[in-house]
Design a protein around this ligand. Structure first.
Ligand code: F3S
Length: 281
C-alpha cells in the first residue's frame, strides 16, 4: 500500500520548537523546570513531561510560589510583566515564544511609542492576545466581531495600528479591517496571521483528493483537527478521524492501494509515526 504523509501534519514550527525546548531542559537541568501554562493542549504530552519532572504553573500566584529553577514561556508568549516577575523572583527564563508572536510584541511596542493606539484583531480571552496586550504602551482595543469593529471609536488625534492574533481567520480579518478602514482615519494595518494552519489545510485537501482513504489524527475536542477532517471528507469519502493508532481499523485499510495521513496542530509526532508505520506494514 502506498502511504502519503502530509509534511505539515502535527505541530507547527513554533509549537515544535517550544516542546523540543522543554524536553531538552528536562533532560539536562538539575534544578526544577516549569512551563508557564501547559506547553501545548495535549494531555499526553503534558503528562509525559510531568513524569520527567516538568510542572505546569497556572498563573502569577503559582509563579510567585516558586523559588528556584527555570520557567519556560510557551509559544503563545506572555505579557512583559511575566518576564519581570520571573527575573525578580530569581528564576531562570527560557523563552520559547514563537518568533512570529514575538514580532507582534515588537510591533505593538514600537507603534505605541510612535503614538499610535493599538487594535488587536483576535479573541480577547486567548492567551496569545493577553500576551500581546501586555506589550502595549498606548491605548489598546481587542476586536473579534463585526459589531465590535462597527462600535470602535478611535482617538481623534492619534493614528491606529492594527495587528492580528496569529491564528485568526484570514477572511474574517479582512472583513474587520474593511469596516475599520471605512472610518477614514490614519490606520496602519499589519497582517500578522501565521499561515501554518492554512498550509496544513491546503496540503490535507490536496492529498485527500488523490487517495483511496484518508486518516486524520487528533484529539476529539481539537477544533483544528475537526476542521481538517471536514476538509478531507469533502475530497475523500473514506476519511477516518482517529485519536491514536488504537482507533484505526487496520483491516479496512488493507483493501486500499493508497492512503493519506494528516494530523491536527497538537498531535505529537510519535502518534503520527505509529500510524504511518502501521499503514506501511
Ligand atoms: Fe505556530 Fe508560531 Fe504560527 S506557534 S501557528 S508557527 S505563529
Amino acid at each position: 500500500m502506498k502511504v502519503i504523509k502530509a509534511q505539515t501534519a502535527g505541530f507547527c514550527f513554533g509549537v515544535k520548537r517550544a516542546v523540543d525546548q522543554v524536553y531538552d531542559l528536562a533532560a539536562k537541568e538539575k534544578e526544577p523546570v516549569y512551563t508557564y501554562g501547559p506547553i501545548i493542549h495535549n494531555e499526553e504530552v503534558v503528562r509525559d513531561l510531568e513524569e520527567k519532572g516538568v510542572q505546569v504553573l497556572n498563573g502569577k500566584e503559582d509563579l510567585l510560589s516558586v523559588k528556584k529553577g527555570t520557567v519556560v514561556i510557551r509559544s503563545h508568549g506572555v505579557a512583559e510583566e511575566v518576564y519581570d516577575l520571573i527575573c525578580e523572583n530569581g528564576l531562570n527564563l527560557a523563552d520559547a515564544t514563537c518568533p512570529f508572536v514575538k514580532k507582534i510584541h515588537r510591533i505593538v511596542r514600537r507603534e505605541g511609542e510612535n503614538g499610535r493606539e493599538i487594535v488587536i484583531i483576535g479573541n480577547a480571552n486567548h492567551p496569545e492576545v493577553e500576551g500581546i496586550r501586555g506589550w502595549c504602551v498606548s491605548k489598546v482595543t481587542v476586536i473579534g466581531t463585526e459589531e465590535e469593529a462597527e462600535e470602535f471609536e478611535p482617538n481623534s488625534d492619534t493614528g491606529v495600528c492594527v495587528v492580528s492574533q496569529t491564528t485568526f481567520n484570514y477572511k474574517k480579518f479582512n472583513k474587520l479591517v474593511e469596516i475599520l478602514s471605512k472610518k477614514r482615519y490614519d490606520i496602519l494595518v499589519l497582517n500578522t496571521i501565521c499561515n501554518a494552519t492554512e498550509e496544513r489545510q491546503q496540503e490535507a485537501r490536496k492529498i485527500a483528493a488523490d487517495v483511496d482513504a484518508m486518516i486524520v489524527i487528533g484529539g476529539r475536542h481539537s477544533s483544528n483537527t475537526q476542521k481538517l477532517f471536514e476538509i478531507c471528507k469533502e475530497e475523500c469519502k473514506n476519511t477516518y478521524y482517529i485519536q491514536t493508532l488504537e482507533d484505526l481499523d487496520v483491516h479496512s485499510m488493507q483493501s486500499m492501494s493508497c492512503v493519506g495521513i494528516t494530523a491536527g496542530a497538537s498531535t505529537p509526532n510519535n502518534i503520527i509515526e505509529e500510524v504511518h508505520k502501521e499503514c506501511q506494514k
